[in-house]
Each structure stands twice: as C-alpha cells, then as structure tokens.
Design a protein around this ligand. Structure first.
Ligand code: FAD
Length: 402
C-alpha cells in the first residue's frame, strides 16, 4: 500500500512559478504541498537573468523581495546595456542603468522613474531560486517533497489523487488534494494528463546558450562594465550577460533567418566572435543550456480541479504570430477556462495595455483562471498607465504602497 498524504492544494514542480504560487496560497491561508524531482536547494543552471518590476512587486507582497535583492550582480556592478561590435569591440550605444547599490533619488536610467517601489532586479535564476526555496521552506503552511516525481493523476467530483515516486527510497506515495496545479515546466506531464494542447508557434528561433567561466574577461573590457552586451558584427551576432559580475558569463548565440537550427554552427567559434577574442583566450564551459524560443498557450475546455501554468512565450518574433494566437483564443467559448487569461497575456506580449487590462479585469471577475493570471503578473513586463495601475491595485500591487 502506498503512503497516503492529504493536502488542500498539490503543486507539481518547485521552479520559480511553483514556489511563487505556494507562497501566494500560503499567504491566503491555504495548505500546500510542492512535489519536486530535484533535491532540496538544488539550484538550476543559468537561465533567466532578471526579475521584472511586476514580479518583484509580487515578491514584495510575499515578503521575499528584500532577500532577493541581496543576491545577483554585486551592488556596484552597472546594469547598463551595451551594443558593440563584440564584447571587447567598438561600443555603438549604451543604455545607462544604475547598479542596484547606486539607486536613489538622483539615479538616472530608463527604469528609475517608474511608479513602483520595486524596480527590475538583475539576478540569475541560479541565484534567486535558492532564496525562494529557503523562504518557501519557512512557511508553516507549505510542505516541500523533494526528490518526488509525480507520475499519474486522476480526478473526480471530490478531488484529485496524484501518484508520486520517492526517487531516493523507491516508494510510491499517494497524494490526495482538493486541487492540483501543474507548474512542471514547458514539457509538463500535468498538461498532457488533462489533455491540454499547445497552440501557437512551436519554433520562433533556436539559441545556443553557453555558461562560461572566463576570469580574464572583466579586466579586458574596453569601457565601463555592463550587464548585457549585444554583439553586432558580420561574423556572428549574439548576446552576452554578466552572471556573477566577476568571472561567469552566459552567451546566447541565436539562429539567423534561414538557419533551421544551430547544429552546423561551431559553438567555440561563435563564442569567440561574440566576445571578440582570439584563439588564445582561455575560457571554461560551465554548462550548456540550449533552448528554443516558442510562443504557445495550452488550451483546454474542462480542466476540472487541475490547473496549469499554461504559457510558453518568447516576447521576440513577429506580431503576426501573436495575432494568430489572439484569433485562436478569441474563438474559444466565452467564459472558457483559458480565454480571458490567455487574451490578457497575449495582448501584454503585444504591449497593448488597454486590451490586456480589459481581459485581466474579466479574468479577475471569474471569467478565466486566476492561477494563470497570477503567472501572467509574475512573468510579464508591462507598460504602465493609469488603467494598469488600477488593475494592480485590484491585485494588492498598488505601486504607491511602500
Ligand atoms: C538559457 C535560458 C535563459 C532564460 N532567460 C529568461 C529570461 O531572461 N527571462 C525569463 O522570464 N525567462 C527566461 N528563461 C525561462 C525561464 O527559465 C523559465 O521561464 C522558468 O524557469 C519557468 O519557471 P517554471 O517554474 O514554470 O518552470 P521550471 O523552471 O521548468 O520548473 C519546473 C519544475 O518542475 C519540476 N518537475 C517537472 N516534472 C515534474 C514531475 N513530474 N514531478 C515533480 N516535479 C517535476 C522540475 O524539476 C522543475 O524544477 C530562460 C531559460 C533559459 C533556459
């Protein structure tokens, strides 16, 4: 007989979305279990490089924003964004963004005038996930089951039963819950289990992503340090991001129009062209995290007691792709589970705040899924207006609250 555990909500997946949802539900007085295959406090390799102001506002409400501010780039490391012929090449333009320790009334930069108490925070996922994990573990209403893989889910009128494997002991665990939320990433087993299908554009672009250790690079930089470098040259364009502000960097080599994928592009050559260094320059590959930019939404008509974090979105790409998704979402029946939430994030992706807010308000009235709406708020960087501010206040995200 498997061990039986009961909870109100089971969250499958303890990445950024699962942990944020667990904190939010606990904040609302709801008991939660998070099942996660990774060991406790096991940071991912380099991934997302910044937390948007909107997400930081959510983390402020959940009491973890200050802890998150303590990790990331060093306090005096400029957050500037540079375009140059290569990282060590000729600088073409620079967006001045103050270091996190240099913010204050006199600071100058594009995000310094935003009406928010929580500006964007440049920190890599490998540094912020352990902070979120520690904060989640402090919550008496949240229990984290690490090294636990959910393999099967069934639901009826009364609730949901998930079967999980304890990956260390080999035991089967039965978790009985009132609701289950799949926050298990882009290839979600929960999504497949409820028959939700992705619609949209499955491939926008390929990216070779390489995390390197290059202790010599910082001292070779021709000008003031920067957080992000866009390398623009006829050999290989790409993006380089400072990870720890000392010796580690993440380099993205994106596929060009006409390149089906990047298998024929030599990784080492591309890295050297993007950095602007010769064959003698020494660097060490820490990890490779190649990825594909997609624009997809998971659509289902009757998820019952099971919800999912339902979007795989890249904000780049042409507007026709977004318009096609909007048409598909609009074709869904009024009041269906994903319609309003999906339309709100789709319009956000097109920076159409007025339409986005309309659909967010509809989702907030129950015409849509609030969990999805929540992940919308945590993931999108949204242009501000008086209407968006009004929507934020509805979600306790009042920018004037300090
Ligand atoms: C190189 C790179 C750069 C990126 N840059 C950015 C960026 O700049 N900005 C940005 O917003 N995003 C960026 N992203 C994307 C970002 O990393 C993801 O959006 C984010 O990780 C999604 O969080 P999540 O919690 O939904 O899913 P994940 O982080 O994928 O977490 C899902 C979790 O579920 C667990 N899991 C899966 N299946 C099961 C199961 N059956 N049972 C139990 N647990 C399970 C996994 O172990 C994992 O911990 C980047 C990604 C990469 C790879």
């Amino acid at each position: 007989m498997p061990q039986v555990i009961k909870t109100r909500v089971l969250i499958v997946g303890g990445g950024p979305v699962g942990m944020t949802l667990a904190l939010d539900l606990a904040w609302r007085g709801i008991d939660v279990i998070v099942a996660e295959t990774r060991p406790a406090n096991d940071p991912p390799s380099v991934k997302c490089g910044q937390i948007s102001a909107r997400s930081m506002e959510v983390f402020r409400r959940l009491g973890v924003a200050n802890k998150l501010r303590e990790v990331g780039l060093p306090a005096d490391y400029p957050n500037d964004i540079v375009s140059a012929t290569s990282v060590l090449g000729i600088e073409l333009s620079r967006v001045l963004i103050p270091a996190r320790g240099a913010r204050g009334a006199a600071a100058v930069g594009p995000d310094t005038t935003w009406p928010t108490p929580e500006h964007t925070h440049r920190v890599n996922q490998k540094f912020f996930e352990p902070v979120l994990f520690a904060h989640v573990r402090e919550q008496p209403r949240v229990r984290i089951l690490n090294r636990t893989k959910v393999v099967e889910i069934t639901q009826n009128e009364q609730g949901v039963t998930a079967i999980a494997h304890d990956l260390d002991r080999g035991d089967r665990i039965s978790i009985e819950c009132t609701y289950l939320v799949g926050c298990d990433g882009a290839s979600s087993m929960v999504r497949k289990a409820i028959g939700a299908k992705y619609v949209g554009t499955p491939v926008l672009q390929h990216a070779q992503s390489t995390h390197i250790r290059a202790p010599a690079l910082l001292n070779l930089l021709p000008g003031k340090r920067a957080w992000l470098y866009f390398s623009l040259n006829p050999r290989r364009c790409g993006v380089t991001m400072a990870v720890d502000g000392r010796e580690t960097w993440n380099i993205q080599n994106f596929s060009y129009a006409g390149e089906a994928d990047l298998t024929s592009v030599d990784r080492d050559w591309a890295i050297r062209m993007i950095l602007g260094v010769g064959p003698d320059f020494h660097y060490e590959v820490v990890s490779k995290e190649d990825w594909i930019a997609r624009r997809l939404v998971a659509v289902t008509q009757s998820p019952g007691r099971i919800g999912i974090a339902a979007f795989v979105l890249a904000r780049s790409g042409d507007r026709r792709g977004a318009a096609a998704i909007i048409r598909q979402l609009e074709a869904l029946p009024e009041g269906s589970w994903t319609r309003s939430s999906g339309l709100s994030i789709a319009y956000l992706g097109m920076s159409d705040t007025a339409h986005a807010v309309t659909y967010m308000e509809r989702a907030a009235r129950g015409d849509g899924d609030l969990f999805v709406l929540f992940s919308t708020l945590t993931s999108a960087d949204i242009p501000r207006s008086s209407r968006t501010d009004a929507a934020w206040r509805r979600f306790n995200l009042d920018p004037r609250r300090r």
